[in-house]
Ligand binder design. Structure first.
Ligand code: ADP
Length: 687
């Protein structure tokens, strides 16, 4: 085995040398891929290498905030800011002990100033509180010279309206029924696979994102991180996965109640495949779990119910934030400075047996509350049942709340959640778009649903792979007759997010910045600083320069790699995913057998005196058996390789690319998921 390890080391060393040579020849190299992965594992997802810089160069700009509709917040509902400080300092994570993240955009967003250069406002508010969009079109010469970026919108579905508006503002070219030749950007409404024949350009979905963000998988990914970094990941409610953890759930609740009979905890049950509040209900006892025919519990996540949310106007609300994952390798994350707050329509009371079934009191989903007689459609962004998040921050700030702290906690939550998802996303990515094969690069807008607790701590509720980008809402014009009418709040937020996502993905910008980025990286490699520093330098200059003279400032703020240093230590599982992927490359196989698993354990340095290789063998048998029976979509994991796998692992046939529809995706992903969810508790002892 040590021979094998030596061989792997030599091979990796050789690959590194090839990469270094390539860099010297001007080939694009990713600094982050080097900086984030241990020296002996320099895995790089080549497909994403070209996206190695940040294109956003503009400063954040304001949105005017003046509004006469603010109602006074009931003092009881808002926490005392000093109390909030002491609360939030308890149990602070390592990250929050570090200097606070600097949120440039927020302050300006709230002050409502116009940018110093007098250029465009993304949205100005009229005196009646209506939002209106102004894109200053001063027709810069550079923009005119460039070939218009082409966007295939044929699969955009419900995001079409907002997308069309964005393309118009950018003066790009739309292809509503597709195009025979390749487009620069493909906008999919549902998944990466909406259109199977893309071999170049960029697609707005990552393979595997929908799967990873199903409630069970998200819970698993975050729980793995909770086991490794309990304090850092305490923003996610304690969760159990049903039906497999039903016994565990029942036992834990029984013990809790036995210890203190006055306790009346409440739990929220969410079906795995549900969305928009569908099938969600509250319980106070495991016996209340609803069953389906055959007395089997549905696949679901059951969670601690957050009993003390922050209230505004006595109502519970949540926050929808849009997050752009611009690239996985290197990891680049942007957060929209503006989001939406969705309000319940019945005054909140802490859960009791009487009110458990009051959905308008406990669930903030727009799709549910819109059917309540109390739902308020408003043209103002700061009143009604759907408001901008900045209007909430504004209101909190006026009560003395430290909103910078709230924002920095939210940013930390977003970065940590994406870090939890990335390892498996990379495995999906490589399975769908193997390195060296033609295929597009990917980016994706995610919808983060966040609840603020009474003490202002943000709690992650869920992440949506396909957040609604509709900019109109259903309006009942007469009983039973509905029509779609524009929603100013949705338009303000969503068009900005789509337009600025497109700007960041502009191929011309990308190329230009990639070159700059590589130069900085090369410099850093020849003694000019570390690759990590290179990222920081480059990002800073991008933000200063301003992206395009003729457009509003970016509403998307880069948060990663900007804050790389603060979060780097959390990227442990990702390194192991890199080893896993590298290992598959070396062996030319799509899944790990028992021997490979042993080598994998060694490479990850997971074995020691208390965890022998014999234990690794037992673990392998255990997890393959367990996983095989656990999830319907994972049923092949742990079984013998299929003919398909055998063909590709024993011959030199090139693996089909995603567009040939023949890639067998679940096994590779499941094998990794099996290992990392089962084996990572072990890693804790190696921290
Ligand atoms: P869905 O995808 O169906 O919208 P969510 O996880 O977003 O599922 O839950 C729906 C709503 O239920 C949320 O918007 C929130 O109002 C409420 N909710 C979800 N989880 C919790 C929780 N752990 N504590 C309190 N409220 C919650």
């Amino acid at each position: 085995m040590s021979d094998h390890y030596e061989r792997v080391k030599i091979e990796l060393q050789q690959m590194k040398e090839v990469e270094n040579e390539a860099a010297a020849d001007g080939e694009q190299l990713s600094p982050a891929s080097v900086s984030s992965i241990p020296a002996e594992v320099s895995f790089t997802a080549r497909r994403d290498l070209s996206r190695s810089s940040v294109n956003g160069r503009s400063r954040s700009k304001s949105r005017s905030k003046a509004d006469g509709h603010e109602r006074q917040v009931n003092d009881k509902e808002l926490p005392d800011p000093t109390a909030q400080k002491s609360n939030s300092s308890q149990g602070q994570s390592r990250v929050s002990n570090e200097p606070n993240l600097h949120i440039k955009g927020t302050a300006r967003l709230l002050k409502g100033k116009t940018a110093a250069n007098g250029h465009v406002e993304t949205c100005v508010r009229q005196t009646d509180g209506k939002c209106e969009h102004h894109g200053k079109e001063d027709g810069s010469k550079a923009a005119k010279k460039r070939r218009a970026v082409t966007v295939d919108t044929s699969k955009a579905k419900t995001s079409l309206e907002a997308l069309k508006m964005s393309i118009r503002q950018l003066k790009w070219k739309e292809f509503p029924i597709g195009r025979r030749t390749a487009c620069d950007i493909y906008w999919h409404g549902v998944s990466f696979h909406d259109n199977e024949n893309i071999v170049s350009g960029q697609v707005n979905k990552f393979p595997g994102m929908i799967e990873m963000l199903r409630k069970i998988n998200l819970s698993r990914a975050v729980r793995t991180m909770q086991q490794l970094f309990p304090e850092e990941y305490n923003f996610y409610p304690r969760s159990w996965i049903l039906p497999e953890e039903y016994q565990l759930f029942s036992t834990q609740i029984r013990l809790l109640k036995d210890n203190d009979s006055t306790l009346k905890p409440t739990y929220i049950v969410k079906p795995d495949s549900g969305s928009q509040g569908d099938g969600i209900y509250l319980i106070r006892d495991p016996a209340d779990l609803r069953v389906i025919s055959g007395a089997q519990i549905k696949q679901a996540v059951v969670q601690d119910y957050i009993q003390k949310p922050l209230l505004i106007d006595k109502l519970k609300f949540d926050i929808r934030l849009y997050v752009l994952v611009r690239s996985l390798e290197p990891l680049e994350i942007y957060i929209a400075k503006e989001g939406l707050s969705r309000f319940c329509t019945e005054p909140y009371q802490e859960p009791s047996q009487k009110n458990l079934s009051h959905v308008f009191m406990h669930l903030t989903n727009y799709s549910l509350n819109v059917h309540s007689g109390n739902f308020v459609h408003s043209d103002s962004c700061s009143t009604g049942s759907k408001r901008t998040f900045s209007s909430i921050l504004y209101r909190l700030a006026s009560k003395g709340v430290d909103i910078k702290k709230v924002w920095s906690d939210i940013i930390a939550l977003v970065i940590k959640t994406v870090i939890a998802l990335v390892p498996e996303l990379k495995v999906y990515y490589q399975a769908d778009i193997p390195p060296g094969k033609p295929g597009p690069t990917c980016f994706q807008i995610l919808g983060f649903d966040i609840l603020l607790m009474k003490n202002l701590k943000p709690i992650l509720l869920e992440v949506n792979a396909n957040p609604s980008m509709r900019i109109e809402h259903e309006h009942e014009v007469s009983p039973g007759v509905f029509e779609y009418v524009p929603s100013p709040v949705d338009e303000e937020v969503k068009v900005g997010v789509i337009r600025d996502t497109l700007r960041l993905m502009d191929p011309a910008q990308r190329k230009q910045h990639a070159t700059k980025y590589i130069n900085v990286y090369k410099k850093s490699n020849t003694g000019g600083g570390s690759p990590e520093e290179a990222i920081v330098v480059e990002t800073g200059s991008d933000e200063k320069e301003g992206m395009a003279d003729s457009l509003p400032s970016l509403c998307l703020k880069q948060v990663f790699p900007k804050y790389t240093k603060q979060f780097h230590y959390l990227r442990v599982v990702e390194r192991i995913a890199a080893i896993f992927l590298r290992f598959l490359g070396v062996k030319g196989t799509m899944r790990l057998g028992p021997t490979s698993f042993r080598t994998f354990i060694r490479n990850c340095k997971l074995s020691n005196s208390s965890f022998s290789m014999a234990s690794a063998d037992i673990l392998y048998i255990d997890i393959t058996r367990r996983w095989a029976g656990m999830l319907p979509d994972s049923r092949e994991a742990g079984k013998r390789p299929t003919n398909h796998d055998a063909i590709y692992s024993t011959s030199s046939l090139p693996r089909p690319t995603h567009n040939q529809k023949a890639v067998k995706k679940p096994p590779i992903k499941d094998t990794f998921a099996t290992i990392h969810h089962s084996a990572f508790p072990l890693a804790c002892s190696h921290k």
